[in-house]
Design a protein. Structure first.
Length: 181
């Protein structure tokens, strides 16, 4: 689908570290020093340059780490991208509504990507893995936020969904949004 600003939103199934895009977004944790899931895969395939850049961030502007909902860019190392934008999703909570923080991850990542001059941005489904966010709700928040805020120079936002269930949930959420007009 196309956003009001003319940005194309696409869904693909696959491994985000195999994508070619100006920006690959990492579902990082606040330490910026690596973890499991997407984070582990990005550092494995992207090589040591990304971790070195993250260490530099920790030694300078981000001494206490990156806060939940914020985003920061580094080199993409050996990935087929110009930058990795690291963002920290909220851990799912059944007792507290943290949706604004999840929306902030998408908004801030797009802001940082646009500042870098990126045209194509690949996102994973932030917080829906180790951080436990239900996929259907995570998909709705991701798509709604991108629809609202994506703008040039970004021309394409691609969601890279790891498995069939994630892809199906995003497809359903996208169709629901389209039906709403
Ligand atoms: P979080 O800690 O924010 O939950 P995870 O990396 O654990 O982040 O998971 C986020 C989502 O990314 C999950 O839906 C997970 O299945 C998916 N995922 C894991 N590895 C990859 C990958 N290599 N490419 C794309 N998506 C992935």
């Amino acid at each position: 689908m196309r956003t009001p600003e003319g940005v194309t939103v696409t869904l693909v199934r696959g491994d985000i570290t195999r994508q070619s895009a100006d920006v690959i977004v990492n579902a990082a944790n606040s330490s910026l020093l690596g973890g499991g899931g997407v984070d582990g895969a990005i550092h494995r395939r992207g090589g040591p340059e990304i971790l070195a850049a993250c260490r530099e961030l920790r030694a300078s502007r981000y001494g206490k780490g990156l806060r939940t909902g914020q985003a920061v860019a580094t080199t993409a190392g050996a990935l087929d991208a110009q930058w990795v934008v690291h963002t920290v999703g909220p851990v799912w909570s059944s007792s507290e509504d943290r949706s604004a923080l999840l929306a902030s991850c998408y908004r801030e990542s797009l802001r940082v990507a646009a500042e870098s001059g990126a045209r194509t941005v690949a996102f994973p489904a932030i917080s829906t893995g180790i951080y436990g966010w239900p996929m259907d709700d995570g998909a709705r928040i991701a798509l709604r936020t991108v629809l609202e805020v994506a703008a040039p120079p970004v021309t394409e936002v691609r969601f890279v969904l790891f498995d069939a269930q994630a892809y199906a949930e995003f497809e359903e959420a996208l169709e629901a949004l389209e039906a709403q007009g």
